[in-house]
Ligand binder design. Structure first.
Ligand code: G3I
Length: 368
């Protein structure tokens, strides 16, 4: 076994290999992981190489960083087999002025992904955040009525999905539509259009790109909870109504201070969606912590990421696992949670943290 870098890291990676072995060997799908117990595992490879063909390993890409930082760009290319635009496919970016569509930044990312043999997840078509100001203000002032709003939403979805047709393998069609109590979230969309906006959005997206897999996506739905129960019921109802929904995405925004669901619980939750005929995915994994970092928190962070990844690998149809950024140099966390940060796999100088070594070890095992 080739495990390089400092001694502490090597010990950690080796220990990790043993700790995940039973989980990987006990996968519910016998065909998924080919287990060759005697073959040595070269753990120190890029994540996309370790994952091989069994799992797409993705990252959110910060377009500004991608443009400005060559080292960041290089890492995106070498480390991942899938990308998600962190912001530049969102409505406020693609239609800042009513009727004027601007896919330039997203097009750059999609073209680069193609050159680098990467797939692209689309994010996101219907959400209550990052909606253009002309739209929210128009609704508030009464200038845009519900009838017109429905047409505007349809045009947005059809336009964007058509623009990227054939180049997006999964779309987050409806993002964060349920609240933590398990009720449909009180948003502009629900208030103005009623609950039918969800089915409409999927139908419009499907017509615009029949091959793309269409997802529901949310946070706090990794494990079993009132919120994931509500998603299960929603998915079942949509499918009963023949709505083209194909997948369930759990974002995977964790915090060391809150604890994590076990891999088994995540697989159990994903399994019930898969039993409905859906695929599953982890779409935005990160594990933040209260700053400053220390070795205990970094180790706990590695365990949080590990549970998410193993939960996905234990699931039959969890085919993509996306990190919400991969370096602490660029992360949404410090800007959103005061005093928290360090939520990604690499530090601000792109040096691997224990979480990165853990991801390598889990993927290496799963792939052999
Ligand atoms: O667009 C302006 C830009 O012109 C300006 O220079 C800059 C200065 O602050 O602000 C820019 O917009 C910011 C944008 O990120 C791009 O940096 C927004 O203010 C800021 O709100 C936005 O934050 C994003 C957040 O979604 C908004 O809700 C984060 O980067 C992004 O990581 C985060 O991602 C979400 C997922 O889409 C859905 N799930 C949760 C996840 C984390 O919140």
């Amino acid at each position: 076994m080739k495990v390089s870098h400092v001694a502490a890291t090597a010990v950690l990676a080796a220990a990790t290999l043993y700790s995940v072995l039973p989980a990987a060997a006990g996968s519910p799908e016998p065909g998924r992981h080919h287990h060759h117990p005697h073959r040595p595992v070269d753990v120190d490879q890029p994540l996309r190489d370790l994952a091989g063909r069994q799992l797409l390993v993705g990252t959110a890409v910060d377009h500004a960083a991608y443009t400005a930082d060559a080292e960041y760009r290089e890492r995106v290319h070498t480390e991942f087999s899938s990308i998600t635009a962190e912001n530049v496919m969102k409505w406020e970016v693609v239609e800042p002025v009513r009727g004027e569509r601007d896919y330039a930044a997203a097009d750059e990312l999609v073209a680069a992904a193609k050159r680098n043999g990467q797939r692209v997840r689309g994010h996101t078509l219907v959400w209550h955040n990052q909606v253009p100001a002309w739209l929210t203000e128009g609704v508030e002032s009464g200038e845009i009525d519900r009838h017109e709003l429905r047409g505007i939403l349809r045009r947005h979805i059809v336009d964007e999905v058509s623009h990227f047709r054939g180049r997006i393998y999964e779309w987050d069609v409806v993002n964060e539509a349920i609240d933590d109590e398990g009720n449909l979230r009180d948003t502009l969309w629900l208030r103005e259009l009623g609950p039918g906006y969800i089915a409409d959005a999927f139908r419009w997206a499907h017509r615009a790109d029949p091959k793309a897999k269409l997802f529901l996506n949310d946070y706090n739905v990794e494990g079993l909870s009132a919120k994931s129960d509500a998603y299960y019921r929603l998915a079942r109802e949509l499918l009963a109504d023949r709505v083209p929904v194909h997948g369930f995405g759990a974002q995977g925004h964790y915090g060391v201070q809150y604890g994590f669901h076990s891999a088994a619980e995540i697989a159990k939750n994903f399994g019930r969606f898969e039993a409905l005929g859906l695929r599953t995915a982890v779409t935005e994994a990160d594990v933040r912590m209260v700053m400053p970092t220390d070795n205990v928190k970094l180790q706990a962070q590695a365990q949080g990421f590990s549970a998410l990844l193993q939960g996905c690998l234990l699931s039959r149809r969890c085919e993509s696992f996306t990190f919400w950024g991969f370096t602490d140099r660029y992360s949404w966390v410090p800007g959103w949670f005061e005093g928290e940060g360090a939520a990604t796999l690499l530090d601000e100088s792109f040096q691997p943290k224990p979480a990165y070594r853990e991801m390598q070890a889990v993927l290496a095992l799963a792939g052999r």
